[in-house]
Design a protein around this ligand. Structure first.
Ligand SMILES: [Zn+2]
Length: 538
């Protein structure tokens, strides 16, 4: 019998929003478990807003138990991929356990719902790519997946939740200035937002101090919680506040339909202050390939080091070299790892990106594979819809009966109101759930394709990124990379390893096909060198 964990997680930021609370997650998971005939042996509820919850104690404990066990199979019930993993390392460890056959994961609210050893390529890709979605490309891809976003933004509209100081007008579908009075001196939320821009522009505050100061001035979110560091940091760099909408994909700046809270001059001042602060923060030198490569000989990190060369005209040219940290001169060069020029490493990296390039063959394969996964998913969703529809009509009948009973004075009015209200709320929830299921199936296709297209464009993504994002991208793609004279030995991250495998299959099939032609004596001619070897036995 597999041991089943029910795992729910809520971060401190989400805790403040509706729909993300732990009890809600648990309720959903239990309903899902019931539908799937599963029963949780252990419930793990991770509340990261709790003081000691930040390091995800329960998650780590669960992972360790599974890793250490022998001969025991496990099931994790979880809401979404991003509940389960926050770091890329988490994804890799989980992925390994699944591939070993030790672990099966059910996602109650994500597609695909089931992730186990028998998962097809598309499911594995989805798992890998969702991790990616959850981290690096989260904004970019999410925006790309929202239909009609482009159009809305092109007209200066806003496409998602209003930033602090603004609120969504759900009826007009616009964003307006939030004039709710909340400050200690009767300031509106928008006025308090303007204050933090002013304070930051003075250069005397970093974001942490600013958050503290604003909390003391009474700035709270719509849910009544103090506004966090990340919210303020994001606001400070968002041109939205001086009336500009950023296109999520092209990054083009478009005059917005909303009112500005600060003027451009103040916003610019904040950007200058921000740049000065980040320059200070990054005084530890950033290298493009920091923490990317490991030495094949000794397993140590490959670290960057600048070498300056004086030029004849008196100038200085700098080259970046990488070498094994154990082989550094300080340690007496104890490792045979050669020194690498950054340019050479970059060439190798770019070559490796070609391995995860999804060409037409792969795309075709993935589409077919996805169709199959799609059918499976559709079956699941149809069953779910049927269940909900049955409940819906049962509730309808009950509501009718209640109505009749009330009119016949069989039941007291107060009782009627309460019961009728409950059922009405439930009906609304069912209708929402049904439309979500319809969206889900669309999302399954769309997100899959967006992720695949990304695989089609990695090289450009890499080349057009700045140094820090290049580093991030590589960290996401590579699980580990060992290096020595023979080049890179890459183990790819979940999802990407699947692409590489597919490419190998493709290559094998091409070779088989070409070999077949050779044997048939039709089509392809064997290469001249092969012919010569065959014909000269003596
Ligand atoms: Zn070494």
């Amino acid at each position: 019998m597999p041991k089943t964990f029910l795992y729910a997680r809520v971060s401190s930021e989400e805790q403040r929003k509706d729909g993300y609370s732990l009890p809600k997650q648990v309720k959903k998971l239990k309903a899902y478990a019931k539908a799937m005939n599963l029963e949780a042996d252990v419930e793990l509820l991770e509340d990261e807003s709790a003081k000691d919850g930040r390091n995800r104690k329960l998650f780590n404990k669960m992972l360790k138990e599974i890793q250490d066990s022998v001969g025991q199979e496990y099931i994790i019930l979880c809401e979404k991929v991003d509940r389960l993993q926050r770091n890329f390392e988490d994804a890799q460890e989980i992925d390994e356990l699944v591939k070993e056959g030790k672990l099966t994961i059910h996602f109650s609210d994500d597609v695909p719902h089931l992730y186990d050893r028998t998962a097809n390529s598309h499911t594995k890709l989805m798992f890998g790519f969702k991790t990616l979605l959850a981290k690096f490309y989260i904004d970019l891809l999410r925006e790309e997946c929202i239909k009609g976003t482009d159009e809305k933004v092109a007209q200066g509209g806003w496409h998602s939740i209003a930033p602090i100081g603004y609120r969504n007008n759900k009826i007009l579908r616009t964003v307006e200035v939030d004039n709710e009075v909340i400050g200690n001196h009767d300031e509106t939320r928008a006025e308090l937002v303007k204050q933090f821009f002013e304070l930051y522009a003075s250069g005397k505050y970093d974001v942490r101090r600013l958050a503290k100061e604003m909390a003391s001035r009474g700035l709270v979110s719509k849910h009544g919680n103090p506004v966090g560091k990340s919210c303020i940091a994001n606001a400070l760099k968002n041109p939205f506040f001086y009336g500009i909408v950023t296109h999520p994909r092209t990054k083009e700046l478009i005059p917005g339909l909303h009112s500005a809270i600060v003027n451009k001059k103040l916003w610019d001042k904040c950007q200058t202050a921000r740049q000065q602060k980040t320059a200070y923060k990054h005084s530890r030198r950033m290298y493009k390939f920091r923490d990317i490569f490991k030495c094949s000989y000794c397993g140590c990190s490959i670290i960057g080091e600048p070498k300056r060369k004086k030029l004849k005209d008196g100038g200085v040219r700098e080259h970046i070299y990488y070498h094994c940290s154990y082989g550094s001169p300080k340690l007496g060069r104890n490792c045979p790892q050669p020194w690498w020029k950054e340019q050479r490493l970059e060439e190798l990296v770019l070559m490796s990106l070609k391995d995860v390039f999804a060409d037409d063959f792969i795309l075709d394969f993935l589409r077919k594979d996805m169709d199959m996964a799609f059918e499976k998913e559709q079956e699941f969703i149809e069953a779910e819809k049927k269940r909900l529809n049955t409940e819906y009509s049962r509730n309808e009948k009950q509501m009718k009966q209640l109505y009749i009973d009330k009119n016949a004075h069989v039941i007291p009015v107060a009782w009627f109101m309460e019961e009728f209200g409950k059922l009405r709320d439930r009906q609304e929830a069912i209708r929402e759930e049904l439309s979500r299921l319809d969206e889900e199936i669309e999302e399954f296709m769309e997100k899959g394709m967006v992720a695949i297209e990304l695989g089609n464009d990695l090289e450009n993504q890499y080349l057009s990124s700045d140094m820090e994002n290049k580093n991030n991208l590589l960290k996401i793609l590579y699980r580990t990379v060992k290096i020595d004279e023979s080049g890179l030995d890459i183990s790819w991250s979940p999802g990407w390893d699947e692409l590489v495998k597919l490419k190998e299959i493709e290559l094998g099939q091409r070779l088989d096909r070409d070999f077949g032609k050779m044997v048939d004596g039709r089509g392809l001619e064997p290469p001249a060198s092969a012919v010569r070897t065959l014909r000269s036995p003596n």
